[in-house]
Design a binder for this molecule. Structure first.
Ligand code: MRU
Length: 371
């Protein structure tokens, strides 16, 4: 068993050393020869397995079938998908085909489009013969920058946790916005890891996040890190907030519109409503690559509609410890399965980014600060 995650210097891409909280076993994506190695998140928390991506088809499948998931990691995987695609030719047509194929995998997380646009911008001006090597280097840079941004999100979010008067600080999160969803550190969980490093006791309420149960990934992550946490049914979140059990909510984001409206895993909006009514601060943690400045408000964010079978079935281990999927409703039951919802900016206390914490209506300042 792994003895908890300790921050240390390891390779995120290939050879480039970066400060990351991942180990040889606990990583989301890395290069291996001319392939990409990923952790298959569809099997967690019950089974640990890695998979090689060797082609554009492999990368697109890994994103679509959610072997990799989480907005930043989807972006990183897409970038590596472009690199893999250029193996058999790096002309404009091949590059366009790769980007179109990857862009069509999942619609909501803007990091996907962001990463593909960056790859195209970087590769198109180069001579064809140089593009393949340049694609690997750029994908690696995207992974490295994501890890570094999340590390800084952790530091910026820690300041918010420190402000809570009592110990342990009780946080609530939603879905999985930990290191599993990113190149390293996570977004919403990055401040939790930073708190642990700073010796500040935290306890995390983890909601299961039906129907895909990404909350179980969060519980697994926190268990691996030795951080106290409690798994709850999604429906218990409001009750806990109402009864003073939660000091702070921190969630991730899949796309933040220019006005601060935030798309995140379905159920986030209900948590934000409960937090607003209970006086609990509600923060969104995300890198700048998740902010879609071209999208004016939440109504313009495409929401992924997934198969109703995910609602009608649940998966887990049977009594013999064998993975099984069981139906909780007949196939004939109509089921709607929107994978994300939009939380209006007015319910968001602040957005934690690598450039600091901003109120949703001051998001534009994050970009001005740079200039
Ligand atoms: O459908 P998923 O698992 O890819 O969903 C994305 C997420 O992990 C969450 O919505 C998360 O809060 C934002 S990504 C850090």
């Amino acid at each position: 068993r792994h003895g908890g995650i300790v921050p240390r210097w390891v390779a995120v891409g290939s050879g480039i050393q970066s400060e990351a909280m991942i180990s040889d076993r606990l990583f989301t994506i890395r290069e291996e020869g001319d392939a990409v190695l990923i952790l298959d998140q569809t099997l967690l928390p019950h089974q640990y397995a890695t998979r090689h991506l060797r082609s554009l088809v492999d990368a697109a499948h890994a994103i679509r079938a959610m072997l990799v998931r989480g907005a930043p990691l989807i972006g990183v995987t897409a970038a590596y998908g472009v690199a893999l695609a250029l193996k058999d030719g790096a002309g404009n047509e091949a590059l366009q085909h790769a980007c179109d194929t990857l862009a069509a995998t999942r619609p909501t997380a803007v990091n996907l489009n962001w990463a593909l646009a960056r790859m195209q911008r970087h590769l198109l001006p180069l001579p064809v013969a140089q593009r393949r090597a340049a694609a690997w280097a750029e994908a690696r840079a995207i992974a490295e920058e994501d890890a570094a941004a999340n590390r800084q999100i952790g530091r910026n979010g820690l300041a918010l946790i420190e402000k809570v008067a009592h110990r342990p600080v009780n946080l609530m999160t939603h879905c999985n916005a930990g290191w599993l969803a990113t190149a390293a550190w996570g977004t919403a969980l990055a401040p939790v890891y930073a708190a642990r490093e700073a010796g500040l006791p935290v306890h995390v309420y983890v909601s299961e996040t039906r129907p895909r149960n990404q909350g179980l990934l969060t519980a697994w992550e926190l268990h691996e890190a030795g951080i106290p946490h409690t798994l709850i049914a999604d429906n218990a979140a409001g009750h806990l907030m109402r009864n003073g059990k939660v000091d702070l909510v921190i969630v991730g984001a899949d796309r933040i519109a220019a006005n601060g409206d935030t798309a995140n895993k379905v159920g986030t909006y209900l948590k934000a409503l409960a937090a607003a009514d209970s006086g609990v601060p509600f923060f969104v943690a995300a890198p700048l690559s998740t902010i879609d400045r071209g999208c004016p408000d939440g109504a313009q964010i495409p929401i992924e509609e997934r198969d109703g079978g995910e609602v009608r079935h649940v998966g887990g281990l049977d009594r013999k410890g064998v993975h099984a999927t069981v139906a909780i409703a007949p196939d004939a039951t109509a089921a709607a399965n929107p994978a994300f919802d939009v939380t209006p900016a007015r319910f968001i206390t602040g957005i934690v980014t690598e450039r600091g914490v901003r109120a949703p209506d001051e998001l534009h300042r994050l970009f001005e600060d740079r200039s």
